[in-house]
Design a protein around this ligand. Structure first.
Ligand code: ZN
Length: 201
């Protein structure tokens, strides 16, 4: 998986037929919005936050955007997805966002999956997996949990290599004791994707 066009679409728990459908559904628009989320994530990294960015889009219109900021806001809920959902709901004056797509550079955690379901988001597109806190198939698949009453369709792997490199580059730079300039984010770091919770260590 080396280029944005060759990024695999990972769909946890789906049959190969459905996975192929999901792959076909990843469009140029998906990549465009994921690039927007990547830019937001780079801004988070420049603030010393784990680089995660998210946007909420409906009918081609940007409803809200957010960058990960729990440290700077002293707010454990200030994940990119929650901030983007809040901005989108405020902009439309409705806490429900049916028909909207949420793009996020990293697989959502349990908190964000819950917020996504409460907002009635129709579709979630994420970049790279989070093996430590991901709830779209990595640790658990809440989006496939039949006992929960709302199900967004989920597609992963859009711009996977860029999203993974941004996260791993951030942690590689931190481990070396270097500050993380925004320009370095996205250059890759040679380590695997790290859990978002590593920011707390
Ligand atoms: Zn989260």
């Amino acid at each position: 998986m080396r280029g944005p066009r060759s990024a695999a679409v990972i769909v946890g728990g789906m049959s190969s037929t459905l996975a192929q459908t999901a792959c076909a559904a990843a469009t140029a628009d998906d990549e465009r919005w994921m690039r927007h989320a990547l830019a937001l994530a780079a801004g988070a990294a420049a603030q010393g936050e784990v680089p995660v960015g998210a946007v909420v889009v409906r009918d081609g219109e940007l409803l809200g955007e957010g960058a990960n900021a729990p440290i700077s806001l002293s707010d454990p809920t200030a994940h990119a997805e929650v901030r983007a959902l809040r901005a989108a709901a405020t902009s439309v004056g409705n806490y429900r966002l049916p028909g909207a797509t949420l793009y996020v550079t990293l697989e959502p955690c349990a908190m964000c999956a819950g917020a996504i379901m409460h907002a009635r988001i129709g579709r979630v597109v994420f970049g790279t997996r989070d093996p430590k806190t991901g709830t779209a198939g990595s640790v658990i698949d809440l989006f496939a949990e039949a006992r929960l009453n709302h199900h967004a369709s989920v597609e992963g792997g859009v711009l996977q290599s860029e999203c993974a490199a941004q996260i791993s580059g951030f942690f590689a730079a931190r481990r070396c004791g270097h500050p993380v300039p925004s320009a370095a984010v996205g250059d890759g770091g040679g380590t695997g994707p790290a859990g978002r919770m590593e920011a707390d260590t």
